[in-house]
Every structure is written in C-alpha cells, then in structure tokens.
Design a protein around this ligand. Sequence first.
Ligand code: 5GP
Ligand code: ZN
Length: 136
Amino acid sequence: MNDCIFCKIIKREIPADFIYENDKIVAFLDIHPSNPGHALVVPKAHFTDLVETPDDVLADIMSRTKKIAPAIMNAVGADGFNSIFNTKPAAGQVIFHTHMHIIPRFKNDGLKHWPEKDLSKEEMRKIKDQIRAELR
Ligand code: 5GP
Ligand code: ZN
C-alpha cells in the first residue's frame, strides 16, 4: 500500500503529531481538526474501511478509543466527544485506510449534528423490512 498516506505516517515516512502507539494501533492529530484535539485512531495494518477490517482489529480500535478519548477531553478541556467512522466517499471518506475520528466537543462549539428527516410510517416499515431481509 505504497500510496496510502496513513501507511506512510505509520512508517514515519511523513510526519504526524502522534499521541499514542502500541503494536497494533496508532493515534495522531488530524491535520485539519474540526476542534482542538481532533485525533484519528488507526490500525497499523492497512484495511480500506470499517467493513473490510477484521473484528479483532476493530475491537482494538474501540478499546483504545475508550482510553484515548477521555485523555483528549481532559487535555483540551472538552465536555464530550464524537467518535466516527466515515465509510465510502458518499459518507465523506477521503482516506481509504480505516480510522476512527475522535472529535472533542465543547458546549456551544457550533458544530452541527445530523439533520433530521421525516419519513412516513410506510417508508419506515419498508426500509425496516428491506434491512431485516439483508441481515437474514
Ligand atoms: P475521512 O474523511 O477519510 O474519514 O478522514 C480523513 C481525515 O484525515 C481528514 O479529517 C483529514 O483532515 C485527515 N488527514 C488527511 N491527510 C492527513 C495527513 O497527511 N495527516 C494527518 N494528520 N491527517 C490527515
Ligand atoms: Zn494504509
């Protein structure tokens, strides 16, 4: 995966502000933070996105996020955080090496949450049935 920016960061071929590292995971600050302390938790092995990532690697990402996110909150004085995987370009994924965003949140920081949509009961029922059929 020679052209992957995150693989290059992990191999120290390009610089980053590392905040954590173990044998399987690194975490470093996002170069374009949504808030101060915005960090990315990244497996050392290259996988394209969440769905392609083995369960044990995802478990490592989650268990590390549980430790790293409160440390970030304390360090920057945040009141909460969002932890997000963007998956596929339609969802805003631009780096195709699995990563969890940790975005510290501050009361009244002005970041917007998802807009709400109103769907009819019939649309909701149809969607529910389609998803349940996919999961069978
Ligand atoms: P995505 O949209 O793929 O979920 O998020 C990719 C994130 O990686 C973006 O928030 C972007 O700012 C960050 N990013 C992209 N290139 C670099 C880089 O070279 N260094 C660092 N530290 N972050 C990067
Ligand atoms: Zn990679």
